[in-house]
Design a protein around this ligand. Structure first.
Ligand code: NDP
Length: 332
C-alpha cells in the first residue's frame, strides 16, 4: 500500500521535500494484531514538533520511516480475539493506506454515531483538548469572559462553543481571515471575533473586551499571549494549550515581554497536555456527543482528498487553510 514517510527534517516551515509518498510492503499480521484499511487520517500541529530531532513529550519521527498519527479505518483481517473483520477502529498509524495495528492500540468506534472523521475531531483528541483545557486547565466558571485564539481551528472552535453552552458571559475569538471571523460570529455563536492579521492583537482585543477577560485559551502564543496578559482581569486563568505562531519560526521566540503582569494580577498560567485528562473521556463523550446530537454544536471539517495529498494538507493546516478540523480522506 501507499505510505507517507519523513524524507528530511524540516528547518523552519515544512515543504513537499519534507515528505516522500511511496509504496511499502505490508508486514505480516501477527498474533493479537489487525490489518486496517485506513479511511480517514488527521493532520495535527503537534506533528510538526515530532519532525524535529528533539526530546519532547512524544519521541521524534524517524527519517525514512512512515509518519504516524490518528486515523480511523476498517479491519480487513484480524488475528485478535477483540476485533472482527468489518469493525471500524481508531488508532495511531495514519499516513498510510494499510496499517498493521496491535489490538491494544486500537479502539472500536461506532460509525453510526457520527461520520468517521468526527472521532479525529469533535469526538476525538482535539475535542477532549478543548473540553478538558477549558473546564479543567482554565477552570472555566459560568459568567466568565473567555478569549480563545486559533478560534476557527479544530480545538478553538470547540472551546468557544463549549464556553457559550456552559454559560460564558462573553466569548471572543481571533482567527486569520475575514471568512473565519464571519464563521465565528455568524455560525458558531461567538460574541466578538477579530482577524489578527488586521492589526495589533492588543488593540483589537482591548476593543473586543472592554471589561477584560477572565479566561484565555491559548493556541497561538507570542503576541496573542502578551495581549491577553495585558487585558486580563485579576485572578484570570490561562490554559496554555499551544503556541502555533512559533512552531515553524527559526528566529528567537517572541514574548510575552509582560509576563510580570501575571504577578500583579494573580493570573494562573496553566500549561497542559490532553493525555493528562484521560479520566474525563466518558464525561466528555457524553456531554459533547449530546450537544452534537442535539445540533447545539457545529463541528466544521476541511477535508483533503487522497493520501498522496496528506503532505499538502499538513502544510496548509499550519498556514491556516482549514476551517475546523483538517482531515485527509484516504478511502470510502
Ligand atoms: P487548528 O485546526 O487550529 O489548525 C492550526 C491553525 O493555526 C491554522 O488553521 C491557523 O489558523 C492557525 N495559525 C497558524 N499560524 C498561526 C499564527 N502565526 N498565528 C495565529 N494562528 C496561526 O489546529 P488544532 O485545533 O489541532 O490545534 C490548535 C492548537 O492546539 C495548536 O497550537 C496545537 O499545538 C494545540 N494542541 C495542544 C494539545 C495539548 O495537549 N496541549 C492537543 C491538541 C492541540 P488561522 O487562519 O487563524 O491563522
Amino acid at each position: 500500500g501507499t505510505e507517507v514517510r519523513l524524507a528530511a527534517r524540516p528547518d523552519g516551515w515544512p515543504t513537499q521535500e519534507t515528505f516522500t509518498v511511496t509504496q511499502a510492503e505490508l508486514p505480516g499480521v501477527g498474533a493479537g494484531q489487525v490489518l486496517v484499511r485506513n479511511l480517514v487520517m488527521s493532520v495535527d500541529p503537534y506533528m510538526r514538533g515530532r519532525m524535529n530531532d528533539a526530546k519532547s513529550y512524544v519521541p521524534p519521527f524517524e527519517v525514512g520511516k512512515a509518519l504516524e498519527g490518528g486515523a480511523v479505518g476498517e479491519v480487513v483481517a484480524s488475528e485478535s480475539p477483540d476485533f472482527a473483520v468489518g469493525d471500524v477502529v481508531l488508532h495511531g498509524l495514519g499516513w498510510r493506506e494499510f496499517a498493521v495495528v496491535d489490538g491494544a492500540n486500537a479502539v472500536k468506534v461506532d460509525p453510526k454515531l457520527a461520520p468517521v472523521g468526527a472521532f479525529l475531531g469533535v469526538l476525538g483528541m482535539p475535542g477532549l483538548t478543548a473540553y478538558a483545557g477549558l473546564l479543567k486547565a482554565a477552570d472555566f466558571r459560568e459568567g466568565d469572559v473567555v478569549f480563545v485564539s486559533g478560534a476557527a481551528g479544530a480545538v478553538g472552535a470547540l472551546v468557544g462553543q463549549i464556553a457559550k453552552l456552559r454559560g460564558a458571559a462573553k466569548v471572543i475569538g481571533s482567527a486569520g481571515s475575514a471568512e473565519k471571523v464571519a464563521h465565528l460570529t455568524e455560525e458558531l455563536g461567538f460574541d466578538e471575533a477579530f482577524n489578527y492579521k488586521d492589526g495589533p492583537v492588543l488593540e483589537q482585543l482591548e476593543k473586543a473586551a472592554p471589561d477584560g477577560i477572565d479566561v484565555y485559551f491559548d493556541n497561538v502564543g507570542g503576541e496573542h499571549l502578551e495581549a491577553a496578559l495585558s487585558v486580563a482581569n485579576r485572578g484570570a486563568r490561562f490554559a496554555l494549550c499551544g503556541a502555533i505562531s512559533q512552531y515553524n519560526e527559526k528566529g528567537e521566540a517572541v514574548g510575552p515581554r509582560n509576563l510580570m503582569a501575571a504577578i500583579g494580577k494573580s493570573i494562573n498560567l496553566r500549561g497542559f497536555l490532553v493525555n493528562e485528562y484521560g479520566d474525563l473521556k466518558d464525561q466528555f463523550f457524553a456531554e459533547v456527543g449530546g450537544w452534537l446530537a442535539e445540533g447545539k454544536l457545529v463541528a466544521r471539517e476541511t477535508v483533503v482528498e487522497g493520501l498522496e495529498n496528506a503532505p499538502t494538507a499538513f502544510i496548509d493546516m499550519l498556514r491556516g487553510a482549514n476551517t475546523g478540523k483538517m482531515l485527509v480522506k484516504i478511502a470510502d
